[in-house]
Ligand binder design. Structure first.
Ligand code: ATP
Length: 247
């Protein structure tokens, strides 16, 4: 039982979720290491959503609302931490959730799929019922994507992504990618179209609110917001925020 008065209570709650997801066959061993890397950077950014990150979340919402075919790509870490919010966002935007795993086993796919089924997600892709096609220029287990999902998507939400895939999707395959990555220097952060440098657990509720806020705005206005966003400036601001904390 976790003590609510513990100064790192929230962090301990998320660690417990990660451990449970590992026990329940949702998270691969390396997912626990990835979480630790995230915690380090969260410490550096002050474990809070910065003004810069709020602005980026707004831009991400506008991209999602302007998309023809958006998809939320999920892995074990995202499912362990924010499955409920992923389900809410998918249903709010009426878009699919696609499972894409580096350590893909039938058992993990089934376990993750069940989480989203139980949360009422209408369209779950990336399961063994799908037809797959390889992502051009990408080798390895994350290359196959659903023909009905990521393959034809124009905008893909890729939280806690690995750098190789983010780079190939964005640069080689000309997809618009929205990543969530606490490390502004990771290859994922550096190559995505929009990089939200913040903890996924803080991002998701704010992204849902931003989508609700902009839902009725007309496309031209949304496009203006997109045009005024610059990911290079965003990443520079994120790094400056860390430097300011050091100072
Ligand atoms: P690169 O993109 O440089 O290839 P990587 O593939 O080595 O990075 P991983 O070890 O796969 O990165 O970890 C995934 C990334 O997710 C890390 O950059 C880490 O900071 C980030 N991360 C982990 N947990 C969270 C979280 N809760 N919220 C946001 N980002 C997180």
């Amino acid at each position: 039982m976790l003590n609510k008065d513990h100064p790192r209570y929230k962090s301990l709650v998320y660690r417990e979720k990660i451990v449970d997801a590992h026990k329940n066959g949702i998270l691969a061993d390396s997912g626990m290491i990835a979480h630790g890397r995230g915690e380090t950077f969260d410490y550096l950014i002050g474990e809070k959503t910065t003004e810069n990150s709020k602005n980026t979340i707004d831009a991400a919402a506008c991209y999602l609302l302007c998309a023809e075919n958006a998809v939320l790509s999920v892995n074990g870490n995202t499912t362990a931490l924010v499955a409920e919010d992923v389900a809410k966002l998918a249903n709010l935007l009426d878009i699919p959730v696609e499972i894409n795993l580096y350590y893909r086993t039938d058992e993990r796919v089934a376990n993750i799929s069940k989480v989203y089924e139980d949360l009422g997600v209408k369209k779950i892709l990336g399961t063994n019922d799908d037809e797959f096609i390889d992502t051009p220029d990408l080798n390895g287990p994350r290359s196959p994507v659903s023909i009905d999902g990521i393959s034809k998507a124009d905008v893909i939400f890729i939280p806690l992504e690995d750098g190789d895939r983010a780079e190939k999707l964005t640069i080689n395959n000309h997809k618009t990618t929205i990543s969530v990555d606490l490390n502004p220097l990771s290859r994922t952060a550096q190559t995505s179209t929009v990089t939200i440098v913040d903890n996924i657990v803080r991002v998701m509720p704010q992204l849902i609110s931003a989508v609700e806020k902009y839902m009725d705005m007309d496309k031209e206005e949304l496009q203006m917001k997109i045009d005024s966003f610059n990911n290079k400036d965003n990443l520079k601001n994120a790094i400056d925020d860390i430097i300011t904390r050091f100072n």
